[in-house]
Design a protein around this ligand. Structure first.
Ligand code: EPU
Length: 417
């Protein structure tokens, strides 16, 4: 597995363009199953997870080509309805094929996603929602087995505004008979993204981006062409790295309107933020101020930015608290940041980070996508050499991050194995 060697400290400076959003591209790729034709998806980032989803669609009988970020996904010859363990265990988002397969073909067998690096991540809401739409669902030898003649619209009240469940159910309901109303739906931009792609194929969906989404099922959907939104978490990660290094970076090709909570917190930490049409200029201050962060569902502060913010607060003046409300155990980066000399105490889902004047480079281990980017930020802030092992995780969700950081002046190299 590759690793990164980072020599700190540094000051990031310049301009960088963000890639298409991983968490939008993955479900939109799965949504193409609903159309049974060739869908075009643009702005597809070159990521391990995007490749895994393409591989899964191919296993199902689809064919996918990717040329310079433009994917052509032909699902006209789907003849296999099983998402195997080997793929699902490397990428939980494989569960996005569940709703489309049941809705269009009346059957799906998807390996049950297990927990992930930081704890349990159930899919019960996906399954309950599909059952409400009339699917028969059972768990068989570690697989979710779902069948249905034709799904029927229903009212579904989600107990948690789950992004994955909302998206899976919108996809399934778009080919159901009748109207589905999803209450307490997730409001993330990635939900809007899937609805927009499906609407281009003739789906009837209203209210996406609000807590109530209404889907009037249609008999068939046409292939769509869609361009993925920019990755708000990649943009936020670069912004956080800029503040962490007291730098001055313009993030290009992003959507500042998707990033209010993150930009607010960075401003509280002392950054100067200037937003323009698709751009954010971030100027870090000499001193990072301590802040208190509560993660939550969109539009609150995203859990996917929690680790990166924690890294930068390791050098803030004073103590910051970070309360993790989406995944109470998502703290695998804490012991690794401590290896760089950070002072962090953890009590349940609350971390207290006491800023230090100086961090020191050390070998650290990446455990998931966002923990990895936090360790890179830590490495940029630490004196001397930091080796980040298992960057395999970062390649799942960040497109050639080291090249982007190099262009901004970071001393980071990939050691290939
Ligand atoms: N939940 C349940 N039951 C379910 C589904 C979710 O209890 O059936 C709970 C989860 O345990 C969690 C909360 O609901 O406490 C929210 O989970 P959600 O379903 O919204 O998360 P997800 O769809 O599995 C996506 C992103 C994650 C991101 C979360 C939260 C994708 C592919 N993944 O996951 O992204 O952290 O939403 O915003 O879109 C990442 O990119 O690094 C990443 C982990």
């Amino acid at each position: 597995m590759d690793s990164f060697v980072i020599r700190g400290t540094c000051r990031l400076e310049g301009a960088v363009r963000v890639s298409g959003a991983k968490n939008a591209v993955l479900p939109v790729m799965a949504a193409s199953i609903l159309t049974g034709g060739t869908c075009i998806l643009e702005n597809v980032p070159d990521l391990r997870d995007a490749k895994t989803m393409m591989q899964l669609l191919e296993v199902l009988g689809g064919s996918v080509s990717l040329d310079e970020g433009r994917a052509a996904i032909d699902t006209s010859r789907i003849d296999t309805f099983e998402a195997p363990y080997d793929l699902v265990r490397t990428m939980r988002a494989s569960v996005y094929v569940l709703g489309p397969l049941v809705a269009r073909y009346g059957k799906a067998r998807v390996s049950m996603p297990g927990g992930c690096a930081w704890g349990p991540r159930p899919v019960d809401l996906h399954l309950k929602g599909l059952m409400a739409l009339g699917a028969k669902v059972r768990i068989d030898h570690g697989y979710i087995d779902a069948t249905a003649d034709r799904l029927r619209g229903a009212e579904i009240i989600l107990s948690i505004p789950s992004v994955g469940a909302t998206i899976n159910l919108i996809m399934a309901a778009s080919l159901a008979e009748g109207t589905t109303v999803i209450e307490n739906a997730a409001r993330e931009p990635e939900v809007i993204e899937v609805a927009e792609a499906l609407k281009r194929g003739g789906a009837s969906i209203e209210g996406e981006g609000s807590s109530t989404v209404t889907v009037i099922g249609v008999n068939e959907l046409n292939p769509f062409t869609h361009r993925a939104i920019p990755d708000r978490i990649e943009a936020g990660t670069i912004a956080a790295a800029t503040v962490a290094t007291g730098g001055d970076v313009t993030v290009e090709g992003c959507r500042p309107d998707h990033m209010h909570a993150v930009l607010d917190v960075l401003e509280q930490a002392g950054a100067e933020i200037e937003t323009g049409e698709g751009t954010i200029r971030v100027k870090g201050a000499e001193e990072i101020r301590s802040v208190n962060i509560e993660t939550g569902f969109y539009p609150s502060f995203p859990t996917d930015m929690q680790a990166q913010m924690m890294a930068l607060l390791c050098k803030a003046a004073g103590a910051s608290t970070i309360s993790e409300h989406v995944y109470p155990d998502r703290f695998t980066h804490v012991p690794e940041l401590k290896r760089l000399g950070a002072s962090i105490t953890l009590d349940g889902n609350v971390a207290v980070v006491t800023g230090r004047d100086r961090l020191e480079g050390a070998p650290v281990m990446a455990t998931d996508i966002r923990a990895s980017s936090a360790l890179i930020i830590g490495g940029l802030m630490a004196e001397g050499e930091t080796k980040v092992l298992r960057v395999y995780h970062i390649d799942r969700g960040y497109e050639r991050i080291e090249e982007k950081l190099q262009r901004l002046g970071a001393d980071i190299v990939r050691i290939r194995e």
